[in-house]
Each structure stands twice: as C-alpha cells, then as structure tokens.
Write a protein that binds this ligand. Structure first.
Ligand code: KG4
Ligand code: ZN
Length: 356
C-alpha cells in the first residue's frame, strides 16, 4: 500500500510517499520538505498569510518531486492524505484542496489527517511501535501527554495550561537575542555553556499531582534574568542561560512524564513504551534525559529520527495509510478544522487555547 501525504499546516510545505507491506514499520519512498524560514525570519515568527501564499506557490511542484523521487505516477498510489487541522487555516486549506483535487481526478480515497496524529503515529512508521503506548507530544503549538490506544483512540493525561514547550523555546530565544526559530538556536547556544547551573530558573509544575505543563512563567523568568544583565547578553551569558533553560525544561518534562508513566502503568501494566514526538523531540539534550528516565522506569524510549520529528509529509502519509488500512477515509465535503483535539472528551485548558 502506497500513500501520498501533504503537510501545509504551518511553515513547512511538504509532500512524501510512504509504503507498507502489512504489520511492522513502513518505508519512506520520498520525503520533500520546503522550509519557509527565510520568508518569516524578518518578522520573528510565522506570518499566516505569507505561509498560505507560499504553500500555494510551491505545493504542486513538491508533489511532483515526491512522485518522481519515489518513481511513481499517480496511478501507483492507493490513497492521498493531507493535514486537515489543527493549524493555520489558510495553509491547511491549500493542502486539503490539493489532495481533494487529486482524488477527484484519480478516484483515489482521500484521508483527512489530524496533524497531531501524524506526529503521534510516526514511531510506528519508523520503529513499528505497537499499541498501547505513552506519547509525549512536544511541538511549537502543542505540549501533551497521551495514552495512545489505537488509531484515532487517544486519552489525554496532561496538557499545557498556557504556552507549548516549543513556543517557550522560541519566545525565550527571542528575548535572549538568539533569533528564529528558537529551538535549534537555543540548543546550539547551550552546547557552549561553561556554567550551566548559573541561572536559577523555576521548574514549572514540579510535584503537582496531575500531568499538566506550564511554560509561560519560565519565559518570564528568562526575561527577568536578561533585564538583570542590563538587557543585552554576551555569548557566555547566552550560553549559560540557554543551558539553565534546558535544565529547567528537562526537569519539568521528567517530573511530568514520571507521573504519566505511573498512570499509564495502572491501565496497561504490561505496556511500557514512551514515544517522544513533535519538533522539540529533535532536541538531543532532552532526548538524552528522557531516555535516561525510561531506563530507570523500565520503559522503552522511542523518538523518530530528527527529520521526522519536525513537520514533514511522511508522518501525514503514514497516518493516512493507517487510516486507509482501517477503512477510515473521508469525503470531498470534509471541512478543514483549525482546532482539532486528539482527545475530544478532554476539558480545554482555559489559557492554552488551541494548544490544549
Ligand atoms: O512539530 P513542529 O515542526 O511544528 C509544530 O507542529 O509546532 O515543531 C516546531 C517547534 C518549534 O517551536 C521549534 O523551535 C521546536 O519545534 N524545535 C526545537 C528543536 N528543533 C525544533 N526545540 C528544541 N530543540 C530543537 N533542536
Ligand atoms: Zn507539528
């Protein structure tokens, strides 16, 4: 089974084709990603209208490239999937309309994919992880812990009550004058630290009985330290503050995941895999700390390769393929959903908006 996947929900235009022979991991036949970073950099963040126009301009060419690299024509496909939410609605509409148009012409089945389900199921594409598993989803727009029981079956154990963790990386990097996007730049800066414990930053939510997250206070604490240093930082200050930030984020994730592991074990005493997914999962320091935690708690730790952690088409193609296998296809009337929680029964966190 071969599926084309289209991703246009934020600032990456991406198309990919994945294949599966049945159970176990799949194969990525092609995976092309066009980052719009240079278009948005002057504004220090993603501008929705610029993003939508860039998707429109480039998507057709990227779909062609994905087919060429896989050595396939449209007739060689079994279905077409596109991110149908959550995300910036202009971009989502471009991807969904393109996929629907291909399906209308070829009569292939269309799968409307939840972007978060794409991140969630990537570990099945790369490692063949079986259900159920515990998922830490950490991206620019989301920060959640979920018990994943099957395709389309998610139970939220915790969510951010304000900022997402990637958002905290991006905002703190901006405050520190590191530029955009913040995550990779913070990681690079932290690698040069000589005194990683120099700045005392709060560890958000530590010890709380639930599995929720909060990162907006951490960002405020970073701002306070920058102000105390006179507003501008030297390279050494920046490196130490970035390392202290990593430590606080890591401590918080470890504390929250430890709680979630206990809850998960109550329901699934024999299950024990923690999947770390989303753009922040590309961070080597945090990956290392979570791997350590899993070793101590008897969990397997699985994180997709870095290129499949940040937004890409292969994760959407794979989620579409899993849905197609189960007969979960969608009609041409499917309306894109700017908000689309994985667990619709979970209560919205009041200050997190779409991030919960
Ligand atoms: O999943 P993603 O590509 O897009 C969303 O769905 O949000 O995640 C993007 C986020 C950004 O906030 C970016 O700064 C963060 O992931 N990120 C990182 C790293 N690489 C990307 N955060 C920390 N360390 C990294 N190496
Ligand atoms: Zn994402």
């Amino acid at each position: 089974m071969k599926v084309l996947g289209i991703e246009t929900s934020c600032d990456e235009t991406a198309a990919a084709i994945v294949e599966s022979d049945g159970e176990g991991p799949g194969r990525v036949l092609s995976n092309v990603v066009l980052s719009q970073l240079d278009d948005h950099r002057p504004y220090g963040g993603v501008v929705p209208e610029i993003a939508a126009r860039a998707h429109l301009q480039h998507l057709d060419g990227l779909v062609r490239q994905a087919l060429d690299q896989a050595g396939l024509g449209l007739a060689g496909l079994d279905g077409v999937a596109a991110t149908a939410g959550p995300g910036l609605i202009g971009g989502v509409m471009v991807g969904v309309m393109t996929a629907k148009a291909i399906c209308a012409v070829t009569r292939l089945p269309f799968m409307a994919v939840n972007h978060l389900e794409g991140h969630a199921l990537t570990a099945r594409l790369t490692h063949g992880v079986s259900f159920p598993f515990l998922l830490l989803l950490v991206s620019g727009g989301h920060c959640q812990l979920l018990a994943v029981e099957g395709v389309g079956r998610y139970r939220r154990l915790g969510t951010t009550i304000d900022d997402a963790v990637g958002e905290a990386f991006d905002k703190s990097a901006k405050i520190m004058g590191l530029g955009y996007p913040g995550g990779p730049l913070m990681e690079k800066a932290a690698a040069g630290a000589t005194d990683p414990g120099r700045f005392d930053l709060p560890v958000p939510m530590k010890g709380r009985p639930d599995c929720d997250f909060s990162f907006s206070g951490l960002k405020t604490a970073v701002r306070r330290h920058v102000e105390m240093l006179g507003g501008t930082l030297g390279d050494a200050d920046r490196a130490d503050l970035a390392a202290s930030f990593h430590k606080a984020v890591g401590d918080s994730l470890i504390d929250r995941c430890t709680r979630a592991m206990k809850l998960f074990k109550q329901d699934f005493p024999t299950g024990g895999t923690l999947v770390v997914a989303g753009g922040v999962a590309a961070n080597q320091v945090l990956r290392g700390r979570l791997t350590d935690l899993c070793r101590r708690r008897g969990f397997d730790c699985v994180a997709p390769p870095m290129g499949l952690c940040t937004d890409n088409g292969a994760m959407i193609a794979w989620a579409g393929l899993e849905r197609l296998r189960l007969g979960l296809t969608d009609g041409p009337d499917f309306a894109p959903r700017p908000r689309w929680p994985l667990d619709p029964t979970a209560k919205a966190a009041p200050f997190a908006g779409v991030k919960a």
